[in-house]
Design a protein around this ligand. Sequence first.
Ligand SMILES: [Fe+2]
Ligand SMILES: [Fe+2]
Length: 267
Amino acid sequence: MIKVGIIGDIVGRIGRRMLITNLAKIKEEYNIDFIVANTENASGGFGISYKNANEILKSGVDVLTGGNHSFDKTDIIPFMDTLPILRPLNFPNEVPGRGIYIKDNIAVINAMGHYGININLDNVFFALENAIQSLQKQGIKNIIVDFHAEASSEKRMAFCMLRGRISALFGTHTHIGSDDLHIQNDSFYVSDLGLCGAYDGVIGMDYEAPLYKAKMGYGKSCYKVLDNGNNIFQMVILSIEDGKCKEAFKLRILNNRRLDDIRAVIL
Ligand SMILES: [Fe+2]
Ligand SMILES: [Fe+2]
């Protein structure tokens, strides 16, 4: 049995602080072997810097996943081949970095959906199918997929295509945690893990700049990570045996307060 922790988009300094404050204790309490975290917004809300990547890896995260903001901080690019940092696998081959990370008998795949994502990508469903077949040929059973997408329908399509062949598929990108955690055909699913960071604004950012842009059709000021109010840390802990997810729950800490866990339904 292995235990894997999965964490959604970490937003800015507040998100990093919530991670660093809480992770070591939780890892120890639940005997977690391996942690995956999405860090596409970890540095000032946009991208992940080399310095912050190291800070997060040192805090106990094993592999960092990304998304549409993977390349916003360009100093990370030379390290994408050596550090355990993924960008979505369906970026064209010419793009730096990789979309699959393998350690021991665990594989993590980072994929990105198409709807509302204004980047030229390869077809995510073919890319995932090819990746899963290749991992199966290598005999790797514990397969975790971060499906970074706007549309839950794309996440559902990918899950329906892969359930029974993967350990887990979780959504990231919306920063809004969903309550549809379940296990079907031994595979875990949730539409979005939700953010780790400031809770009171808009997806971890101060609401004023995005609201101005939404009202006026043009932006007046830069988006800033919200640095006050309530903060949340949330992660799902998976129990996996021989590639099959047996049990899962979501743990949430609002400021210092542990909220009720959300258990995955077994279908
Ligand atoms: Fe994000
Ligand atoms: Fe994103």
